[in-house]
Each structure stands twice: as structure tokens, then as C-alpha cells.
Design a protein around this ligand. Structure first.
Ligand code: GLP
Length: 245
């Protein structure tokens, strides 16, 4: 695991954006796995700035998002599809037909999960997967207890995850109870992983990710098995790792 310690959110955004931009420049046909949440927002802003200034092109890249809520349409401002359009896709030159999401509005969700998995494979897998981390160690929406061999699947969100994400909704009752997410095995198959973490609310999670037992009770711990993970985090998120080193 490579650790890049940054001093603040601004630096995290620049460092992370640079990694993604370099990847796209090196391979203009790259398949990138995108994450949502608060953490990568600034990274996407930097990518937009760079696209405007330096004309980095995303025309031929393919995107696969990690997860989506069940029941929210792309027009719903709380859907992850809406988030990605608003915060990145509508500002760069990615082609609409190259954007992929698990569709949480399909009647047959099981089939949708299988199709999503097949579609990732058809494009040769994910070259670079961007990840955030939940306080309970979830990656994507893989909650504690998710089997390490899981593929894209339907999950019931834990009360703590619904609570953490309630800030984006009118009330906790509006937060969907289920989501579709790439599985742990899907994420692990990515050729490279870039995990971003910021602030003291992630301290414990980063500590367990890096030094804890590899255990399904803490999904992110599986990343210890991946050959190419880069963690970009600030000193607060890394404080326990530094203290126990
Ligand atoms: C959500 C997303 C995750 C994300 C996590 C942390 O649950 N499904 O992909 O990593 O939140 O979000 P934040 O970056 O806002 O802390």
C-alpha cells in the first residue's frame, strides 16, 4: 500500500486529481471507477479545472460508478447518477454512452446486478477505482459482513450508514433502505485503487484498514490483499496509524 499524507483537503484534491489525470493521459481509453460522497468532490472540481485549462480529454474513457440507491431515478437530486452529472460528468467531455451505473429503478434488480458485472468484464475490468471509506469500514455500499467474494449485489443499508447519509436528504425517512453496489470481489479486481480519506471521523477506519485483521466484519481491510492501492489521506485520518507506527 502506498500512503500519501497531505496537509489539508486542498492538497488531497490536487494529489488525487493528478493521479486520475495522469492515468487518463497515459491511457485515454481507461475504465475509471468513480465514487460519490463528500470526500471526492474536490478531486472532481480539480479535474474539471484541469479539463478547462489543459484540455485533458475524457472522450474515450469509460466510467463505472460503485453504487446507486434503490428506487431513485437519475433525475432525483439524491441519486448518485445526479451527483456525478452535477459534480463531474456534465463539465467534462465524457460521452454519455460510456457512463455506467447500476440502475436501482429496474424491476429485476438481481438481473441488473448480473448485467452490471458482465458489462464491467466486457470492457476489460476497471483500470483505476476511486474509493472513499465509510466510518464502519464500508467501501461502495459493502457493509460489514459482506462476503469478500461478493459481486455486484443488492444491500440493505445499516442504520449508521443511513444516518451518515441523511445529511443529503430532507429527513432520515427519505434515505433509501437499499442500494446496489459493486461487490468486494468486483472492487478487488480493479487493476489499481485510489482511496481518499479526510478528517478525524475517518481515523479509526483508516487505522483498521491498514493495520487491522483482514476480516469481513471490516470490509475495507480486504484492501490489504490488493497489489496496488494508494491511500491519500490527511494527518487527522492517519493519526492513529502514525501513533502506532
Ligand atoms: C457513501 C458511499 C461511499 C462513500 C461513503 C463515505 O456511503 N456509498 O462510496 O465512500 O459514503 O462518504 P463521505 O466521503 O461523504 O464520508
Amino acid at each position: 500500500m502506498d500512503i500519501i499524507k497531505v496537509k489539508d483537503h486542498e492538497e488531497l484534491n490536487s494529489v488525487a486529481a493528478k493521479i486520475v489525470i495522469e492515468k487518463v493521459k497515459k491511457n485515454p481509453n481507461a475504465t475509471i471507477g468513480f465514487a460519490t460522497g463528500g470526500t471526492p468532490l474536490g478531486t472532481y472540481k480539480k479535474m474539471i479545472e484541469d479539463h478547462r485549462q489543459n484540455k485533458t480529454s475524457y472522450r474515450n474513457i469509460r466510467s463505472f460508478n460503485l453504487d446507486e440507491y434503490v428506487g431513485l431515478t437519475p433525475e432525483n437530486p439524491n441519486s448518485y447518477r445526479f451527483y456525478m452529472e452535477k459534480n463531474l460528468f456534465s463539465h467534462i467531455d465524457i460521452q454519455k454512452s460510456n457512463i455506467h451505473f447500476p440502475d436501482g429503478t429496474k424491476i429485476d434488480l438481481e438481473r441488473e446486478c448480473t448485467n452490471y458485472e458482465t458489462s464491467i468484464k466486457r470492457f476489460g475490468g476497471i483500470d483505476l477505482q476511486i474509493l472513499g471509506i465509510g466510518r464502519n469500514g464500508h467501501i461502495g455500499f459493502n457493509e460489514p459482513g459482506t462476503p469478500f467474494d461478493s459481486q455486484t449485489h443488492i444491500v440493505e443499508l445499516t442504520p449508521s450508514t443511513r444516518q451518515a447519509n441523511a445529511r443529503y436528504f430532507m429527513s432520515i425517512n427519505d434515505v433509501p433502505t437499499h442500494a446496489l453496489t459493486m461487490g468486494i470481489a468486483t472492487i478487488l479486481k480493479s487493476k489499481e485503487i485510489l482511496l481518499l480519506a479526510f478528517g478525524e471521523e475517518k481515523t479509526e477506519a483508516i487505522h483498521r484498514l491498514m493495520t487491522g485483521d483482514i476480516d469481513e466484519k471490516f470490509p475495507a481491510s480486504v484492501l490489504q490483499k490488493h497489489p496496488k492501492v494508494t491511500i491519500v489521506a490527511d494527518s487527522k485520518a492517519l493519526s492513529e496509524v502514525i501513533a502506532s507506527a
